[in-house]
Design a protein around this ligand. Structure first.
Ligand code: AKG
Length: 328
């Protein structure tokens, strides 16, 4: 009898210790498919109808080669020549790791001198002296400039906005996941928007659900843009000198747009002639607040499973009592 018990315990130990094939592989390893691609920026109406409204990612090859600043941005000398004499402070974040690491602040000219040998990169609103160089496709919103050298990794995260990221120089590899896989990806930070997983060596015992997802991949080169729909989980690896500008816009306003009179050609404005509203605009929408509350409470298993449309219906009824939905 004792020998049987010992055998069973040995077997259990052996099975538990065996690593799944994805153990310690980079995030994105496993079942995957390439992202859909088009050439250039699509006319706004077509872009919204075929990709934005159905929440469908797309790569737009060569799209930002038409930016006024595209050629100038290929070298650092140009940036130094247009930076103001007086200090212009920008933030530098670490290239690898989580957003908890404190940000450094430096003058933009100092950044240009040290970023090639630094473990940090610039993640900052596009400085106003560069606004004239960047085209914003019609009807979009709020920007960030990503400027780095050598290998950088973003955390696995999702944005509470629709997003186009345009690479001007370098290479970026995007791995993205549809929200249908949310239950399999553990975004362990309290706001539910990002994960602390080690992206180049994922612990498959800690994140077993990743074996059940289908990743989408793309590699962007200078001139390419990618559309990442609202709340699609993504992770980005950047290589060499790399410069990109991404634009977030309010997902909840997409349905309010009147696309019937949009020109058939792409209509673009440079950043300084576009009107930005900032993150406050995203957060002030009832839909955003409802959805964020729903996601947080269901992720923390505080409420019983309820679909988002039902949550909104309950929340907006005059007799709503959240305690009826609480898990006991
Ligand atoms: O370039 C990166 O490292 C991250 C970009 C990103 O997360 C985004 O465009 O939302």
């Amino acid at each position: 009898m004792l020998s049987k018990v010992v055998t069973v315990i040995c077997c259990l130990t052996y099975v538990a210790a065996e690593d799944p094939p994805s153990h310690l592989k980079p995030f994105g390893w496993g079942d995957s498919t390439p992202m859909e691609e088009v050439q250039g920026f699509l006319p706004v109406k077509q872009f919204f109808e075929e990709y934005v409204k159905p929440n469908k990612p797309v790569v737009m090859r060569g799209a930002n080669k038409v930016w006024p600043g595209f050629l100038n941005w290929q070298t650092d000398e140009y940036f130094a020549s247009v930076a103001p004499e007086e200090p212009f402070i920008v933030s530098m974040d670490i290239k690898r790791g989580t957003p908890e690491t404190p940000t450094d602040f430096v003058d933009f000219k100092e950044f240009l001198q040290k970023y090639n040998t630094s473990a940090r990169r610039m993640v900052e609103h596009t400085p106003p002296f560069l606004w004239k160089d960047v085209l914003v496709p019609g009807s979009l919103g709020c920007d960030k400039m990503w400027y780095g050298s050598s290998y950088s990794t973003s955390v696995v995260h999702k944005d509470a906005a629709d997003n186009i990221n345009c690479l001007v120089y370098g290479i970026k590899n995007y791995t993205i996941l549809s929200p249908e896989y949310d239950p399999h990806v553990f975004l362990d930070r309290p706001d539910g928007l990002y994960s602390t997983m080690e992206v180049d060596k994922v612990d498959a015992h800690k994140y077993p659900g990743l074996d059940k997802v289908k990743f989408q991949h793309t590699e962007l080169h200078g001139g390419d843009c990618v559309f990442i729909p609202y709340k699609w989980i993504h992770q980005v690896r950047s290589y060499d000198r790399n410069i990109a500008v991404n634009i977030w816009w309010n997902h909840w306003r997409n349905n309010e747009l009147d696309l019937s009179n949009c020109p058939t050609e792409t209509e673009e404005k440079v950043i300084n002639s576009a009107k930005f509203h900032g993150w406050g605009d995203f957060e002030s929408r009832d839909e955003g607040v409802f959805e964020h509350t729903h996601d947080l409470l269901s992720m923390a298993h505080v409420i019983k499973p309820v679909t988002y449309p039902r949550w909104v219906a309950l929340f907006t009824s005059t007799t709503f009592d959240v305690s009826n939905l609480m898990r006991s």
